[in-house]
Design a protein around this ligand. Structure first.
Ligand code: ADP
Ligand code: MG
Length: 702
């Protein structure tokens, strides 16, 4: 139904033609009626009100006035001419001024005819002027579908050069709606529209372009956002249902000896409430007979590794193997060591496999995996190589999962004939709206509590001018026995330049903290792995006071005695990254400090980022702020997600309420009718199929 209407080539829309059609396609990717109709305004200007000229003053923003041009006059020097139109209503007169297109203006507008003008009043030569006003005849104004809130559309330089400005687009929308408005069919079930008191699609599309008032606009926006998010959710949830129906999961029916003896004998501390809650969720999944696909979120230091280990023990108790994959060698190493330490003398076989595992050892590991002798394999990307085959892989744990692509994760699924249970972990908190969309296929568990006794890190912002005070503070801390990280940004595009920063910084630090009184280690991405590890080791063992590094320390190292982190050029880091870095301190019993050093000149956005960090230690709060500041497209992991982030109208930073509602409605529908076979859901089913088929064209909506 809508397909036929919206599929029409934009060339045939009155006012377009081949030349403009080409422009629209190239500049805005608008090719069909539907594309244009779903090209929504970015702002609205209230044009419900007409001003009397006597009330006009230069403090006002854009205003509109009804009146007549009573006289045209040329002014200024010949090379700097301007045209003045004296514009009057029955309360007074102001000047309209044009610097360009003078002849055209003179020809196009006639004296003593009624016009509506629109623009920003300014004061010039003690006269109130409106420079280059928008102007249209009263007839024209009245012939538009509606007056009221005026829509403004983004255009491009090239479009503007070719006289396609916001006003022209508005006119085209008007032409388009006149032509199709009676043919716009509904895309959501009637019952839902009634139940949520939503505008029908036809009304919403009219009112999004030509709202009469704020209410109409709000209703139109709500309807269109809801629809967009509803189909995103329905799509994800339906796929999830299909996955669950298609693959049964390994049934880990018992919690056995290993788990119990670990719990009773080896656990060095009490689990936090949050850890217990999450373990319960995982145990329920593993025992359900369905395949687990769970995301575990927990701030840095919240104790995810332990939860992973205890889940692994359940797999082992049920005679399944397990693996943990981490994004870096350092991190894999750390997991391996800490798990071995946790397990102590329990009869569990565990090995580490990374890029630097020697061939002979590698071969042994491969064989032991096939024999089923090896129970836990910890490693890096090396795990997904085809040569790594398990006898019976039952549980896969992926740490810092956003660092892996979807394809890499999928490979682990295929390491057994039936997909293993999957637990993905992340310390980068994911704003709720994102976990409902990009991670919508996963069930989410959250550790929202740190182990007891941790002191929150104190964060301060220093400008360069306070460098000497910082040095003094660092000396004091070192004399108290603490260790310090100094971190330099590393941006891939200019690795050389950044390294220079780090090298210079290192030299400066050596001057302030000279050997042999002080010891400084350095770590950066250009070093050989062995050198890096050696340097890290020295710091970890407390043999150096300061560690100068790039962000390679972002994940990994756990040095409880390090209680100060100085982040250089902090303005060049993203919010989440800063928070991750900061997570390296505050791990021991000492009060920890994070110092954000920046240059004096900060962009507003950078200032906000720094301020957010100074004010909050809460990863979730920071992630939300990050989403607001950067938008979802820039958040790590979103690119590979396959979710279209070029939403036409919805905004994941702002529309979390509508998203939640849309998700709930989608869930209710699928619960009632999992395959959407009921007559009342035929419309929804058809829409969903269209969305899945959609290439880049607008058929989303048809
Ligand atoms: P994450 O991976 O979530 O950042 P880790 O698993 O590395 O955190 O845990 C951080 C530290 O806290 C580790 O040294 C770990 O042994 C310790 N830890 C974990 N759980 C607890 C707990 N319940 N009580 C005290 N310490 C804990
Ligand atoms: Mg961890």
């Amino acid at each position: 139904m809508n397909a036929t209407v919206f599929n029409k080539d934009i060339t045939y829309l009155p006012g377009v033609g081949p030349k403009r059609a080409k422009l629209f396609a190239e500049e805005l990717d608008i090719k069909y009626y539907g594309d244009l109709l779903y090209y929504f305004p970015y702002k609205y200007v209230d044009r419900t009100k007409f001003y009397n000229i006597k009330d006009v003053h230069p403090d006002l923003a854009n205003i509109q006035i009804k009146g007549k041009i009573v006289k045209f006059e040329l002014a200024g020097k010949p090379n700097k001419r301007r045209l003045i139109g004296y514009f009057a209503d029955n309360t007074g007169m102001i000047e309209l001024v044009w610097f360009r297109g003078i002849n055209w203006i003179r020809k196009s507008y006639t004296l003593d005819k009624e016009y509506v003008i629109f623009g920003k009043p300014t004061l010039f030569n003690k006269q109130i002027n409106i420079v280059h006003p928008e102007i249209e005849s009263l007839e024209e104004y009245n012939s538009r579908i509606q007056q009221g809130f005026e829509a403004h559309y983004n255009t491009t330089e090239r479009l503007k050069k070719n006289y396609v400005n916001s006003k022209v687009i508005r006119k085209l929308q008007n032409n388009l709606l006149q032509e199709v408005k009676d043919k716009i069919g509904e895309t959501l079930p009637k019952t839902l529209i009634n139940q949520l008191k939503m505008s029908p699609l036809k009304e919403a599309l009219l009112n999004i372009h030509f709202p009469k008032n704020q209410d109409q606009l709000r209703n139109a926006q709500y309807r269109l956002k809801f629809e967009e998010l509803f189909y995103v959710e329905l799509n994800i949830l339906e796929q999830k249902n299909t996955r669950i129906r298609k693959f049964s999961g390994f049934h880990f029916e018992k919690v056995g000896t290993l788990f119990n003896s670990f719990y009773k004998e080896k656990l060095p501390f009490k689990l936090t409430h949050a850890q217990k809650k999450v373990l319960k969720e995982i145990r329920r999944d593993l025992g359900s007979g369905l395949q687990m696909n769970r995301l575990l979120q927990g701030d840095v230091g919240s104790g995810k590794t332990l939860v992973a280990l205890m889940s692994i023990l359940i797999a082992l108790d049920n005679n399944y193997q397990s693996c943990i994959m981490a994004p870096t060698e350092i991190l894999a190493n750390q997991h391996y060591t800490s798990i071995k330490r946790f397990l102590d003398d329990l009869p569990v076989s565990i090995k580490l496999l990374t890029g630097s595992t020697p061939a002979a050892e590698r071969k042994k590991i491969h064989q032991a995996l096939l024999d089923g002798e090896l129970q836990i394999l910890v490693g890096t990307h090396a795990l997904i190589e085809d040569t790594v085959q398990f006898r019976n892989l039952g549980l896969v744990v992926i740490d810092e999962q956003h660092r892996f692509g979807v394809a890499q994760r999928a490979k682990l699924w295929k390491k057994n004939t039936q997909p293993p249970h999957v637990l993905v972990m992340t310390a980068t908190p994911i704003p709720r709206t994102l976990s409902m969309t990009i991670y919508g296929d996963l069930d989410v568990s959250v550790i929202d509590e740190l182990p007891p006794g941790r002191k929150p890190v104190k964060t301060v912002h220093f400008y360069e001018a306070r460098r000497l005070r910082l040095i003094e503070f660092m000396r004091k801390m070192i004399h108290q026995g603490r260790q310090i990280y100094i971190v330099y940004p590393l941006i891939r595009e200019s690795e050389k330049l950044d390294l220079k920063d780090l090298e210079e910084g290192y030299d400066t630090i050596l001057r302030y903290f000279p050997p042999p009184k002080y010891a400084v280690s350095v770590v950066h991405g250009k070093m050989k792995p062995e050198e890096k590890d050696k340097s890290m080791e020295l710091f970890a063992r407390g043999q150096t006071n300061i560690m100068v590094s790039t962000t390679v320390i972002e994940v990994g190292v756990d040095v409880p005695n390090a209680s100060v982190m100085v982040i250089e050029n902090a303005e060049r880091f993203g919010l989440s990254q800063l928070h991750q870095l900061r997570g390296r301190i505050g791990r021991g019993k000492y009060q920890s400090y994070c110092v954000l050093m920046t240059s004096d000149k900060l962009s507003t956005e950078a200032r906000k980022r720094i301020q957010t960090l100074v004010n909050s230690n809460d990863g979730f709060e920071i992630a939300e702020a990050d989403l607001q500041l950067r938008g979802p497209g820039d958040i790590e992991g979103t690119q590979q997600s396959g979710i279209p982030f070029d939403f036409k109208i919805a905004n994941l930073g702002k529309d979390s309420e509508i998203l939640t509602q849309a998700r709930n409605v989608a869930m209710e529908i699928l619960e009632d009718d999992p395959e959407l076979n009921k007559e009342e859901h035929s419309l929804v089913k058809k829409q969903l199929e269209l969305i899945r088929k959609r290439s880049k064209n607008y058929s989303v909506v048809s």
